[in-house]
Write a protein that binds this ligand. Structure first.
Ligand code: MCN
Length: 800
């Protein structure tokens, strides 16, 4: 492990049958994902596949208005329908029923977030009433028979406008619609840097609201056993233990009698981290009726209610010397938080954003201020990248403009300003663990054949063709840690991870981890890690995630933390287990433990090759317990809670080559090059897959996606017909490559990869289009009409 990618760039990593890999090479091999056969052949178990005896169905009446007073809810017609068991509203609830915020800031205005709206609805889709019925379709029909009397109020959807004095007020407790004011960096030092600058570039940019589009909509099935008060909720969760903790408070059910289990989950991209009203309502319905209850969101519901991502309006300024040094960086952002504070919402536009504004650059003075604004759109929270794509977008757009301002090639401008030595303390609190930014730049320029490409660009322009090259030197922070620091910053949870490794008497192994994969290939990569540590066969390691009844504790999968934190917890447990096994081996081989060596699963007395035992034999001995060292307990398993010392900081250089047709505004991505450094790679095939998926999402943001609301707060992109999720034909062939700078932070030397592509891609594409047309900026998504207007303005000097 740790070697740089052997693959030719562009050829893709070839997957390998694990049977063709030597045990010693299992870690770092591109073995095929073991979870895929079930997922691809219909054998997976998604939440909606669960059928339980006596199960009934639930639907939710949602507000049709973005902002209104509720004058009355008439449920009588729905209740009278055949097959309807109950219709309940906020007035019928006898539990706390308010969703908590998991991240607090000093200035945070905490507002009530009821699971069923009582007096007011604050976004289109806010939950109003619940129908429980014998059949799914009856439950859907009954929802339409609920009559709500609304008194409509003015709505506001844009964070800038929400902060105007005369904006409609979303929460009376936050009369100015300000959820928080937050800043980072040194304002005075930054002012001084600007005073000394030879050049200043500035830009207004929007990072549009995005709607998550997991393959599987959110869903839950709850079952309640009144005889022992046990409540089980099977749900589309990225973090079952956190959901259990939060839900136990929301519905007032003891945490230890609540099981949250995530069956196979069809993607999440962040949207299944948060605690929503809906899953709590399913649990309550199951308790009220003592029957299993199922709810599955329709695609329309996911568009209306899944926490959305991004939503920034930013003004940025960069101070430069005449030679092209970045002297200072000033960023002012209004962040859309939507109608309520979603679970981790306050962290996303603050600590996950402001702390990455140094990018890959040595910037001596930075100041960033953020105002979080309440609006009448769904709650906004973490969505793949969460704050980090917004930061990278601002930095890399500004760097593109800065290079132009000082008359330097954008690649050389970046090289000149790169951080060179590690660890590197930024001006915005974080310390980068390790990196080699020139290496990813050089690799990418090589793959692009950069000089020839620039020459071709010049020639194309002479022929009336608009070719552009966009670079994105991104940085990311994953595996947020340690918990103590997270606590100081406002987290209401720890950010450690737990891993339990259990040998069975037969020599087979089960590894339990508190992360909860939902498409990332954890079954494969965790088995690679544990097999490597224990020296057992890869096929003999089973991986279990996503069930609070099976796994000691856990924080879940998000923030590209699973390999760095969860994987490291499994390493720690494996090593504890090997230590115990070594003592048993020494005892039975009649040697001192320090004379016993461990390699490839064998414990061997140094210098005596015939005196050895395999770890699987020791497992049997540990459970027979006939011949154990004094004072040692039988059994062979170990649990660890791993709390890293620092984040890890993956990085890379992505580049897009585009051709823009100024007559139509159409953009063709001719080439897309991605060189990423995620430290050591556990499985290069999975790493490449994560980059592919991430880049597809980033290109989606750059060119197609964006939640649009009218002035009344009505979602006008409420289906896949109006909101363009990129299809295969929209995503170019990617030329991928990697470098390897191991992280010193964790025992695997890994950095996260799950969000890298999404963080890197948008600005690569936007920079390329701006480069092609020689325009300053076009806000995403770069739809043809906008591009056409910009092209006309640039070429004719007119509007259109
Ligand atoms: N990996 C590796 N070598 C590394 C780093 C990671 O082989 N140096 C492997 C890991 O072992 C894991 C995968 O790559 O199998 C992703 O690991 P990691 O970067 O730790 O990310 P997480 O597993 O924590 O996944 C979360 C991340 C996030 S935050 C989003 S959003 C996202 C993503 O993963 N959502 C996804 N990828 C997704 N992929 C799918 N299919 N579906 C989603 O919803």
């Amino acid at each position: 492990m740790g070697a740089e990618s052997e693959s030719e760039s562009g050829s893709g990593v070839q997957s390998i049958d694990p049977d063709d890999v030597d045990a010693a090479d299992i870690l770092g091999s591109a073995i095929e994902r073991r979870e895929d056969p079930a997922l691809l052949t219909g054998d997976a178990e998604y939440t909606d596949d669960i059928e339980l005896p006596g199960m009934v169905h639930m639907t939710i009446k949602r507000s049709q208005h973005a902002h209104a007073r509720i004058e009355g809810i008439d449920t009588s017609e729905a209740e009278a329908m055949d097959g309807v068991i109950e219709v309940f509203t906020a007035a019928d609830l006898d539990v706390p029923g308010s969703l908590p915020t998991g991240w607090l800031l000093d200035s945070l205005e905490q507002v009530d977030h009821p699971i069923l709206a009582e007096e007011r609805v604050r976004y289109q889709g806010d939950a109003l009433a619940v129908v429980v019925a014998e059949e799914r379709y009856v439950a859907h029909d009954a929802v339409d028979r609920i009559d709500v009397d609304y008194d409509r109020l003015g709505a506001v959807v844009d964070p800038d406008e929400a902060l105007d004095d005369d904006a409609p007020v979303v929460h009376d407790d936050a009369g100015d619609n300000v959820a928080f004011d937050w800043e980072i960096g040194d304002a005075e030092k930054t002012d001084a840097a600007f005073a000394d600058a030879d050049h200043v570039v500035d830009l207004d940019l929007e990072n549009q609201l995005l709607i998550p589009n997991a393959m599987e909509p959110r869903a839950a099935v709850a079952e309640y056993n009144p005889s022992n008060d046990e409540l089980a909720v099977h749900m589309t969760s990225q973090n079952p233990h956190l959901h259990r903790l939060l839900m136990s408070g929301v519905i007032d059910h003891p945490e230890h009698k609540l099981q949250v289990r995530a069956p196979d989950v069809g993607g999440g991209f962040g949207s299944k981290i948060h605690h929503y009203a809906d899953e709590a309502l399913v649990a309550l319905a199951a308790k009220r009726h003592e029957r299993p209850v199922k709810w599955t969101a329709t695609r329309t519901e996911t568009y209306l209610t899944d926490a959305q991502g991004r939503g920034h309006d930013t003004h940025a300024e960069m101070a430069l010397s005449a030679d092209g040094d970045i002297l200072g960086f000033r960023v002012d952002t209004d962040a859309n938080l939507g109608a309520y504070l979603s679970t981790f919402a306050p962290a996303v536009p603050t600590y996950l954003y402001g702390t990455l504004l140094s990018g890959q650059y040595d910037i001596p003075a930075i100041h960033c201020s953020v105002t979080g604004a309440f609006t009448n759109v769904p709650p906004v929270d973490a969505y793949r990248g969460a704050g980090r794509p917004e930061a990278s977008f601002v930095v890399e757009r500004m760097v593109h403009l800065a290079a132009k301002e000082v008359g330097m090639d954008p690649a050389e401008f970046r090289r000149r300003n790169f951080v060179g030595e590690f660890p590197y303390q930024t001006e915005v609190a974080v310390e980068y663990d390790s990196g080699d930014y020139e290496k990813t730049l050089d690799r990418a320029l090589d793959i692009l054949d950069y000089d020839a490409l620039r020459e071709r660009q010049r020639e194309a322009r002479e022929d009336g063709k608009y070719v552009g090259v966009g670079l994105s030197a991104y940085i990311e922070a994953c595996g947020l840690a340690p918990s103590e620091l997270a606590g100081q910053l406002g987290a209401q949870a720890g950010l450690w991870e737990s891993g339990l490794v259990r040998f069975h008497p037969s020599g087979k192994v089960t590894a339990y981890c508190g992360t909860s994969g939902h498409g990332q290939g954890h079954d494969t990569t965790y088995a690679q890690i544990v097999a490597n540590e224990l020296g057992v066969d890869y096929d003999d390691v089973e991986v279990v995630e996503g069930d609070t009844d099976e796994i000691p504790q856990g924080m879940g999968t998000y923030g590209s933390r699973s390999a760095a934190v969860g994987g490291s917890a499994l390493v720690k447990s494996s090593r504890k287990l090997v230590e115990k096994a070594k003592r048993i081996a020494a005892h039975q081989l009649e040697a001192a433990p320090e004379d016993v060596e461990f390699e490839g699963g064998d414990f061997q007395v140094a210098g005596a090759p015939d005196r050895s035992m395999h770890i699987t034999e020791i497992a049997t001995q540990a459970y027979l317990a006939h011949d154990m060292p004094d004072d040692m307990e039988p059994g062979l398993e170990a649990t660890s809670f791993y709390d890293p010392d620092n984040f890890v900081f993956p990085f890379g250089l992505h580049a897009a080559v585009v051709e823009v047709d100024p007559a139509t505004g159409e953009i063709e991505i001719e080439r897309y090059v991605a060189v990423d450094d995620v430290g050591n790679q556990i499985n290069p095939k999975i790493v490449e897959g994560q980059i592919h998926g991430g880049v597809a999402q980033g290109i989606g943001q750059a060119l197609y996606e964006g939640a649009e609301y009218d002035d009344n707060g009505q979602l006008v992109t409420g289906s896949m017909q109006d909101y363009t999720v990129p299809k295969a034909e929209h995503v170019p062939e990617m030329e991928t490559d990697s470098t390897c700078t191991p992280s010193p932070v964790n025992p695997l030397g890994v950095k996260g990869v799950g969000e890298a592509g999404t963080i890197a891609a948008p600005q690569a594409v936007v920079n390329a289009v701006c480069d092609a047309l020689d325009v300053e900026h076009i806000d995403m998504p770069l739809k043809a009409e906008k591009v056409w207007r910009a092209a006309n303005a640039a070429t004719d000097g007119g509007e259109n």
